[in-house]
Design a protein around this ligand. Structure first.
Ligand code: SF4
Length: 101
């Protein structure tokens, strides 16, 4: 019985460590006003991309299906190597977009 109790205690400590880890991994979102974001034409909503300025943009392209996106498919946000320490929106887009192979 006491072994079981110890197991439960360890389990809950482990779970809170996991939660803390997840919170730590939650980097702030990139602001569209960010210097890198403006130079790359990043928009958190791909539908708002200026198509005159970025004619290479095609409907359906977004961070979520970009080769550089570090998030999983369907994630709301994920890391992108172009924005170190920040997260981009899965529905976002920037001019460095590269179709996932
Ligand atoms: S490089 Fe790809 S993942 Fe990164 S911001 Fe641009 S479109 Fe999104």
């Amino acid at each position: 019985m006491s072994n079981r109790r110890e197991f439960v205690v360890k389990l809950s400590v482990g779970a809170s460590a996991l939660v803390a880890g997840a919170a730590f991994a939650q980097a702030p979102m990139v602001a569209e006003s960010d210097a890198t974001a403006t130079s790359l034409g990043y928009k958190a909503d791909a539908a708002k991309v200026d198509k005159t300025k970025f004619p290479k943009f095609a409907a359906g392209q977004n961070c979520g299906n970009c080769a550089l996106y570090q998030g999983k498919a369907g994630d709301k946000a994920g890391a992108c190597p172009l924005f170190a320490g920040k997260q981009v929106a899965g529905a976002g887009w920037c001019s460095a977009y590269a179709k996932k192979g």
